[in-house]
Write a protein that binds this ligand. Structure first.
Ligand code: SF4
Length: 321
C-alpha cells in the first residue's frame, strides 16, 4: 500500500500560536507534519481542543499557520492571496459538522448546490435545475429535494446536500470536520458509506476530523492521533486495533465502546483530564496522564520517529535517540 501512494498535499512543520491573556501563548498546533495521498482518507483524531480542527482549517485557507508550509500543486497555499487563493478553493472543499448552520436558510437546495459552480462560472443559471438534480442523485436524495429549504430536511439529509455541494466543484480534497458526529448512529453509517463510495468513484482525497476512534478506524486509510497540538502517532487505519503503540492511542483504543466487546474485560479510561493548552508541561505533553512516565519524559519533548514503514510514534518508550 505504501509504495504506490501518490502524494497530493504536504504539510511541513506547521505551527499555530494564539496570543492569550497575561502575555501567554496558546500553542494550538506544534510542528505538525502530515501528508495527504490521492484517493485516500487521513483520519485526524483526538479529544476536543487538541488542535485537529485548527490544523484542517489551514488546508481550506480559513486560517493561516504562524509558521510552516502546506504544499499543494507545487505551491505553499498558506502564502496564496487574492485571485490565486480564490481559485485554489475549488480544489479543496470542506464539509462542516453542522451543515444547516453553513447554509443560507433562505436558499433552496438547488441554489445551495449550484452556488459554488456559478461563482466559478462552471455552469449557466439556466443549467441550475439539471445540475442540482444530478448531484442530488449522486448523494442518494430524490430530485424533488431541489425545491426544499434547509429547515425542511433532517440532519442526515442536510449533510448529504453539504456533500453534494462539496463535490460539485470536483475538488481533489475534501476536509470533513466532525461531519457525522451530530447524527444518529444509523445515519452516521449511511453517510460514511456514501463518502466511501464517492471516494472510490471520484478518487477524492479526504481529511476526516473525528474524536471517535471507533468510527474513523472503520474507513480511514491512515490515522494521525493528536494530543494538545502535537501529533503523537501516525499509522495505517487497519493497524490501529493491533499495532497502536503510543499510550494515548492505546487508551483511546481501550475506551471504544462496542456492543460485541468482551464485557468480562475492564473498559479502559484515561485518568484525569488533559491540562489546559495554556499550561502544557515541558517534555512530553501526555506525561501527567501516562502510567509509563519516566524522568526523561518530564524533560525532553519526544520526537515523532518512524518505528516501522508507515508507522510513526512520539514516545520515549519507542525509538527515541
Ligand atoms: Fe508516556 Fe513518556 Fe511516552 Fe510520554 S514519552 S507517552 S510520558 S512514556
Amino acid at each position: 500500500m505504501y509504495d504506490d501512494r501518490e502524494l497530493i498535499l504536504e504539510a511541513k512543520h506547521v505551527t499555530r500560536e494564539f496570543p492569550a491573556s497575561n502575555n501567554r501563548t496558546l500553542l494550538a498546533c506544534n510542528d505538525v507534519s502530515l501528508n495527504l495521498y490521492k484517493g485516500k482518507t487521513l483520519g485526524l483524531v483526538g479529544e476536543s481542543g487538541c488542535g485537529k480542527s485548527t490544523f484542517m482549517r489551514f488546508l481550506v485557507s480559513l486560517d493561516k499557520p504562524t509558521s510552516g508550509e502546506i504544499i499543494f500543486k507545487g505551491k505553499d497555499i498558506t502564502k496564496l492571496k487574492g485571485e490565486e487563493l480564490r481559485q485554489n478553493r475549488q480544489h479543496i472543499q470542506m464539509v462542516f459538522q453542522d451543515p444547516s448552520g453553513s447554509f443560507n436558510p433562505k436558499m433552496k437546495v438547488r441554489d445551495i448546490i449550484c452556488e459554488p459552480l456559478l461563482n466559478f462560472n462552471r455552469i449557466k443559471p439556466s443549467e441550475k435545475d439539471a445540475t442540482a438534480k444530478k448531484f442530488l442523485k449522486m448523494v442518494d436524495l430524490p430530485e424533488s429535494f431541489a425545491d426544499r429549504y434547509p429547515h425542511n430536511m433532517s440532519g442526515g439529509q442536510c449533510q448529504r446536500v453539504a456533500i453534494a455541494r462539496a463535490i460539485a466543484l470536483e475538488p481533489e480534497i475534501i476536509v470533513m470536520d466532525e461531519a457525522t458526529c451530530a447524527l444518529d448512529v444509523s445515519v452516521q453509517k449511511t453517510i460514511i458509506e456514501l463518502v466511501v463510495n464517492l471516494q472510490r468513484e471520484k478518487d477524492i482525497t479526504i481529511g476526516f476530523i473525528a474524536h471517535d476512534l471507533g468510527l474513523i478506524q472503520s474507513f480511514a486509510h491512515e490515522i494521525a492521533v493528536m494530543y494538545l497540538g502535537n501529533i503523537v502517532e501516525v499509522l495505517p487505519g487497519e493497524d490501529i486495533g493491533k499495532n497502536a503503540m503510543h499510550p494515548y492511542t492505546q487508551a483511546l483504543q481501550g475506551a471504544i465502546f462496542d456492543l460485541n466487546m468482551d464485557f468480562s474485560k475492564k473498559i479502559e479510561s484515561i485518568d484525569s483530564e488533559a491540562p489546559s493548552p495554556l499550561d502544557v508541561p515541558p517534555g512530553c505533553p501526555f506525561q501527567d496522564r501516562c502510567e509509563y512516565c519516566m524522568d526523561k519524559c518530564r524533560k525532553e519533548h519526544p520526537k515523532l520517529v518512524e518505528v516501522e514503514k508507515g508507522h510513526q510514534v512520539a514516545c520515549h518508550k519507542f525509538g527515541q535517540a
